[in-house]
Design a binder for this molecule. Structure first.
Ligand code: CAO
Length: 430
């Protein structure tokens, strides 16, 4: 046995590159070309494969470290035979560069370099024409007896990650436990596989962690909840007059007074009268869990994707207090500083696209909630008052409700009551 120090190989012009994944641990036996660590620059991610087989004796890098060419990654115990027969390692030397890195993707803003995937077949993430997966993931799939062809990839460049394997396994177990193999499960066609490069230039933009999490949650919610969306307009003419009158005062106190704080307050108030709209289905499907608290989530657009901070006990808070909480939470969300607790516990969500436009949309319910209010852009429109048309400010509302819990009559009553409350904000006081 000899101890080889495995170093970062030639990684081009990059230095101080982030270690974003450690794919092995002390005691692991690796084969030649197994991925050791993953590095990420601002333009590319690359896996550093083992230059030879061996057993990991010690790790010299940690997650989040920054490394450059020549830095030691780990110590590898190799049999004398292997190290002697391996052309890539100097026979007598006890130091070896890892194999050439395996690019996962290259994203560049320079126009001549828009192609996102390198062509070096030797260095590609191993692909059998159908799936993209690193050696570590392939080994995991073999151990778990999973066919990689059945797995939905969420990694970069359509790569299957370890988490994808675990998620697949979890779904399979859940399905088995719920008896879902009896022919009732969705038997969907696999996603189409298209080589878009065949039709023109493309560019790969990596999805953020939040994008991927949202995608999984939204897909589950869309598929599992029978959504019905109900539409109405709230006449917010008086509310807007009141808000605009108070706006300057609020600004002096450093508060931005927008319709959203009124929407949140009104939601908490109206939910009190509609317990089933403020509920969740219990996990076993036997009960409706009625919540006696009114925590309102609000969808927030951030550079990294959609986030939903929560105003706790909104009914007990004043409009100014809600407004300043919205400002603080939205700012935290946009700067990546929102704490997990600040996104938990919502009983109902408001998704306001008001500032952006739209006349109506179908918001997707945020499980385990059972309803969500979509809000579009308010506009002044002519309304018939029985004698003539008068200009009124109308706010379009789109309520998506879980039909397992809320039937059409209940949804219509809730939406009407909500619109009425916004039309006469004094209702909140009652
Ligand atoms: N109709 C017309 N104008 C509206 C409006 C509406 N429904 N809602 C807000 N506005 C106005 C505000 O009054 C404000 O204008 P004034 O300063 O003149 O009063 C302006 O639009 C800016 O509002 P804002 O967006 O800064 O603040 P907000 O409180 O309305 O919203 C927040 C805060 C965090 C919800 C919002 O910034 C945001 O991220 N919205 C996107 C949510 C989203 O992506 N939802 C979709 C989810 S589904 O994919």
């Amino acid at each position: 046995m000899a101890l080889q120090q495995i170093k970062v190989p030639d990684i081009g012009d990059y230095a101080d590159v982030d270690v974003i994944e450690i794919n092995v641990q002390v005691g692991d036996t690796v084969e030649e070309e197994d991925s050791l660590i993953t590095l990420e620059t601002d333009k590319a991610s690359m896996e550093i494969p083992a230059p030879m087989a061996g057993k990991i004796a010690a790790m010299q890098v940690n997650l989040g470290d920054k490394v450059s060419q020549g830095d030691v990654i780990l110590s590898l115990e190799v049999t004398e035979d292997l190290s002697a027969s391996d052309d890539k390692s100097a026979e007598s030397s006890k130091v070896s560069d890892a194999s050439a890195p395996t690019p996962i993707e290259t994203v560049s803003s320079s126009s001549e370099n828009k192609t996102s995937v390198t062509d070096s077949s030797k260095n590609e993430v191993v692909s059998d024409g159908k799936v993209q997966a690193s050696p570590v993931v392939r080994r995991l799939a073999r151990v778990l007896n999973i066919d990689l062809n059945n797995i939905v990839a969420t990694g970069r460049k359509g790569r299957i990650t370890k988490d994808d394997c675990y998620a697949y396994l979890k779904r399979a177990v859940t399905k088995m436990q719920s008896g879902g193999f009896g022919g009732n499960a969705l038997d969907l066609l696999p996603d189409p596989e298209v080589d878009f490069r065949a039709f023109g230039e493309i560019e790969l933009q990596p999805l953020s962690r939040i994008n991927k999490l949202s995608a999984s949650n939204l897909s589950r919610n869309w598929v599992k909840i029978p959504h019905v969306t109900f539409y109405d307009d709230a006449d917010i003419t008086d509310l807007e007059i009141f808000r605009k009158n108070k706006k300057l005062d609020a600004e002096k106190a450093g508060i931005k007074l927008t319709p959203l704080s009124f929407l949140i307050k009104a939601a908490a108030k109206v939910l009190e009268a509609f317990p089933s709209v403020n509920s969740s289905l219990s996990g076993d499907g036997e009960n409706l869990v009625i919540k006696k608290y009114y925590h309102i989530g609000f969808a927030t657009d951030t550079p990294k994707g959609l986030m939903v901070p929560v105003i706790k006990n909104a009914g007990q808070k004043g409009i100014y207090e809600i407004s300043s909480e919205i400002m603080a939470l939205a700012q935290k969300a946009r700067t990546g500083k929102l704490k997990p607790d600040e996104m938990k516990g919502a009983t109902f969500t408001i998704s306001s696209l008001g500032v952006l436009g739209t006349t109506a949309f179908t918001p997707i319910i945020n499980m385990p909630e059972v309803a969500i209010m979509g809000v579009s852009k308010a506009a002044i429109k002519p309304v018939w008052n029985g004698e003539k048309f008068v200009p009124r400010t109308l706010l379009p509302l789109s309520l998506s409700a879980d039909h397992r819990v809320i039937d059409g009559a209940m949804a219509a009553k809730f939406l009407t009551q909500y619109a009425r409350t916004l039309s006469d904000i004094r209702e909140i006081l009652l």
